[in-house]
Every structure is written in C-alpha cells, then in structure tokens.
Design a protein around this ligand. Structure first.
Ligand code: NOJ
Length: 548
C-alpha cells in the first residue's frame, strides 16, 4: 500500500474566477466552487489544482500576486477558503494551490517599498542592476507580448529583472529573507489545510540571476530545503512543479530520492505533452514510443504529471521545426490560433475538429500513460475556445454548466462577466454544457466519469511500470502495458483512422482472463490475444490479471 496519494490522484485544474459565480457579480468565487464539489466528486477527481487565488491586479490571470497571505476578495474570504478545504475533504478531494514565488506583481507592497528607497528592507528582495544589462533583450518567455527581461525603474534609478512581463519583478532567491518568506507562505497555506502546491516557473525561481549572464548558476538545493520544510509541516504534502526544461535536466529537479536530495515530487511532463500532440497530429504512435523509451527511471516517490491541455498555450517548443509545423498544420493552421511562435491557444475539442472518437482516444491515451493525469476544467464536456479574446484568454472562458443565460455560470448581465461565455457555434453553451451531458449516458461527460472510475480501479496505470509492448501491431496502433504488484493492464490505442488487428498472443501466458475494462465500443472478447481488433481511432484497456 502506498501513502503516496499523488501517484494515484486524478487532478482537476480550474480558475476560480471562471468556474462558478455564486453571488451574481460576474466573477466566479469560492462559494460557487463549493456548490460544484458534488459534480467534481461524481466526475471522480481526487485533487483540485486551483490557479492563483491571491489578491492580484489580474494582469496575468492572477500570476501577479500582491498578497501571498490572502485570497482575492472577488473570490471570497479566507474563511470561505477554509470552508472549501473542509467541504472538499468531506468528499475525499484534496486541494493544491499555485505557488507563484518567482516574482510578485509590481504592485506588491514589497516591490513598491523596494523601488522607493535604497534603505527599504525589501530593496534586496528583488534583482537590480545599476547599468543596462547587455542581455536585457534575451530570455523572454512571452515573445511578442514582452520585449525585454530588464526594465529601468525611474524611481529606483536602477534596472530590475523580470523573466516574465515587466509588471512581474523577480524575487531574489539568493536572499535568505526571501527564502524564509517563501517557506512561511507554504507553511501558512499548509496550516490552513492545502495538500500541496503547483509551483510556478521553478527553473526561474532557482536561477541566480547575474546581469549580463544569460546562463546563470542555479540553486537546486533550495528545492531540497523547501521540500524538507514542506514535509515537516505536512508529511503528505506534495510539490508539483512547472519546469519546462531540457529533458536531461529534469532528474535534478526530482533529486535522487536520498535524504538530502529529495526535491520535487511531481513534474509536469512537457516533453510528453509535445509528443502526444505530435502523435495525434501525425496519427503515428512513434513519438510516444520514443517518450516511453526515453523516460529516465525516477527515484522512489517521484512521479510525472501528464496533461493534454492546461491554462496556457500548447507549448510545442521542444519539438523540431518539422514536427512543430506538422502539429500547427493539423491543430492550429491559422495564425490567430498560434501564440509566441511556439504554441496553440486552443482547447482540445476544437483542435480535434470536435471528433468525439479522437477526443476519447486522446484522453484515454493520456490517462493510460505513466504519471498522474491532470485535466483542465471544461475539457470533460468538450468545451471550445474564443479566439476573439486576447492571447491565452481564448481558452479561459467560463465553465458551461447549463443552457441557461451565461451557460449557468453567472446571473450577472452578459456584459459584466469576467470573460464572455462561448455562445455561438458548435461549442456554444446551449449545445455544450454539463446539464445536457449529465443525464446522457452516451455523453462525453459520462464517458469521462466511466474512464476515471476505471482508472481508479486500476492502480497499476499511472504509478506502475509503464512500457511499450514491442509486438506486431497495425500501423497507427500503440500497445503498452502497465504493471505493478496489483496486476497488469494491456493498453491499445489506435491513433490512425483505419481498423486493424493485433496479434498479442505472446502475452497470453500472463493473462488469467483477459477482458475489456474500457473500450470505444463492444469488441469480441480478446480471448487468446491472438486477434485483438481495434477500430480506427479506437482504444481498448484490457485487464490481463489482477492480484488480490
Ligand atoms: C507559468 C504560468 O503557467 C503562466 O500562466 C504564467 O503566465 C507564468 N508562469 C508567469 O507566472
């Protein structure tokens, strides 16, 4: 039995402001979310990841914080938040929150004080340079929206560093008081009852910025230190990091599992995300096979977090130019669908042309691979996006609950919503909404419920050994397996559109009573495993054996 709850979790990621508005002011809030916990429990998710909840001028969807010890008053109060944790806990749902400590908002009192005087106690909490750093036009995360990484501050008469937008000055991690403050922030929220943190921008947190040095040293020991602190405060707390770095660096973020080098528990698998997109676009499992082969062995307790969509653009920067071109051609052919030259600002349903078969295939595949699956709100009903909105806001539209006004998200006048609800076309709320799908056993939502239930009955998926099965399979078909002490699942996914049959009889010796636990349709029983049929875009999760 594992105490590592996160290895078997199903994580659901949501923005409070676009999820459910309880008081009719046009902005989602904590009480609205509490009212939807039963929905989430029925869906089967076991952990919520809340995008930033803190007070913020909202110039980067809350990733520009002005007070780490409070919740945005538009969302409610700390009391509401404590109630959310309690109510979620009653339903067996844990809550993790975004920890955004690479930078603050430039409106944060610390920065306002820091820039105002050299004597400010916060002056050294940020990264300054007396002269214009020669590399100030390098290292931008949002090219096109961002022109530099250093900005001259007229009050301080100094340049300050900001890896992201210029209203997000970076904190200086080398300062002991900053480190202590970050620990205090973690301790505060753990004390309140969160189960851990999604750590934003980790490669930049540990970067020891030096003006003029585009490749500064990194302090990975800070992660060891933070992990130890977090674990002392709450033994089962988890750190889930966003670290979109070269694959050979990833292991350093996990640490080696030893006492002094235990670092991040879970890392988002950006590499796999790009390869999943490529495999879907090319209808070819090869990139996933490569990913399974390349995955480094992780230390005990370390785990991947898999995802297809999150609150940002699909990031294709780790693909080659040819590969990226193929994904753009298939999933984001128009310039307005693309972002920063590297990504696609769309939700998955429109990317897949609304093809239900491919949507099921994509999510069955993601959820069947090693790692803990993370699902973005609205994906479970196949929501679309709104390309008329700026940048990443395109995929941050309100949750579509019902065919009522504003999709049941809010009773405010439509013009007063935090963001418009998708209203027109095939993804409009009158067509795509929870109420319509809830009672329809053939809906995408019902499928997600079944799929997640099946997954939760199959602990070997996600945390067991996940390997490619190198047996003759028709083109387009990926066969992999998941095994741990509880049993073995055989997983077939057809990325191509032609039907095929795989001969997997080499595995028959391991099968007690092979049977489909999840499939896109009723197939003849896979007895003998010598002729396992699979429709175009079909999938089959076949249980080979189960130990008591
Ligand atoms: C990564 C987050 O995912 C993104 O949404 C945000 O803009 C940047 N970090 C800056 O905090």
């Amino acid at each position: 039995m594992s105490d590592r709850w996160y290895e078997q979790a199903v994580v659901y990621c949501l923005d409070i402001d676009t999820f459910a508005d309880s008081d009719g002011d046009g902005c989602g809030d904590i009480r609205g979310l509490i009212g939807r916990l039963d929905y989430l429990a029925r869906l089967g998710v076991t952990c919520l990841w809340l995008n930033p909840i803190h007070p913020s001028p909202q110039r980067d969807d809350g990733y520009d914080v002005t007070d780490f010890y409070n919740v945005d008053p538009r969302f409610g109060t700390l009391g509401d938040f404590a109630e959310l944790l309690h109510q979620a806990g009653n339903r067996g749902i844990k809550v993790i929150i975004d920890l955004v400590v690479n930078h603050t908002s430039d409106q944060h009192p610390w920065f306002r004080s820091a820039r105002s005087s050299p004597d400010s106690p916060y002056r050294d909490w940020y990264v300054w340079s007396a002269t214009a750093p020669p590399d100030r036009k390098q290292g931008m995360v949002f090219p096109g929206e961002q022109t530099d990484t250093w900005t001259y501050d007229r009050t301080a008469k100094l340049w300050y560093y900001h890896r992201f937008y210029r209203f997000q000055p970076d904190l200086d991690i080398t300062h002991p008081d900053v480190r202590e403050e970050i620990k205090k922030i973690c301790a505060f929220w753990l004390q309140l009852g969160v189960a851990g943190f999604r750590m934003d921008a980790v490669p930049f947190i540990i970067e020891q910025t030096e003006p003029g040095n585009p490749d500064p040293p990194r302090d990975l020991d800070f992660l060891t230190d933070l992990r130890r602190h977090v674990q002392w405060r709450r033994g089962d707390a988890v750190l889930l990091a966003e670290a979109n770095v070269e694959p050979d660096q990833l292991k350093e973020y996990f640490g080696d599992g030893g006492g002094s080098a235990n670092r991040i528990h879970m890392l988002f698998d950006f590499m796999l995300n790009g390869r999943l997109m490529l495999a879907l676009a090319r209808r070819d499992p090869e990139p996933i096979i490569d990913a399974l082969r390349d995955t480094p062995a992780l230390p005990p307790g370390a785990q991947w977090a898999t995802f297809l969509r999150n609150h940002d653009e699909v990031d294709l920067s780790r693909l080659t130019a040819d590969q990226r071109a193929d994904v753009f051609a298939e999933f984001g052919p128009e310039e307005t669908m693309q972002l920063y030259g590297r990504g696609i600002r769309r939700r998955l349903a429109p990317m897949l042309g609304g093809d239900r078969r491919r949507l099921e295939l994509a999510y069955a595949l993601q959820f069947s691979l090693r790692g803990t699956p993370v699902l973005r709100y609205g994906e479970e009903i196949g929501m679309g996006d709104d390309l008329s909105l700026e940048g990443r806001d395109a995929l941050r539209t309100p949750m579509q609950w019902s065919p009522l006004d504003n999709g049941g998200f809010s009773t405010a006048p439509a013009g007063e919503l935090i963001r418009p609800v998708v209203t027109d076309g095939a993804y409009g709320y009158r067509t795509v909404n929870v109420t319509a799908q809830r009672h329809d056993p053939t809906s995408l939502l019902s499928w997600f419920e079944r799929m997640i239930r099946t997954l939760r009955e199959a602990p070997e998926i996600g945390s067991g050994a996940c390997t490619y099965v190198d047996l003759p399979a028709p083109p387009g078909v990926l066969v992999h397996r998941a095994t741990d002490v509880t049993g073995t699942m055989l997983l077939l996914h057809n990325l191509g559109d032609s039907d095929g049959t795989a001969d997997l009889s080499a595995l028959a010796g391991e099968a007690e009573y092979p049977n489909d636990v999840l499939a896109d349709r009723d197939y003849p029983p896979p007895d003998g495993l010598d002729a396992v049929a699979l429709a175009g875009y079909g999938y089959r999760w076949i249980r080979l054996n189960r130990r008591p």
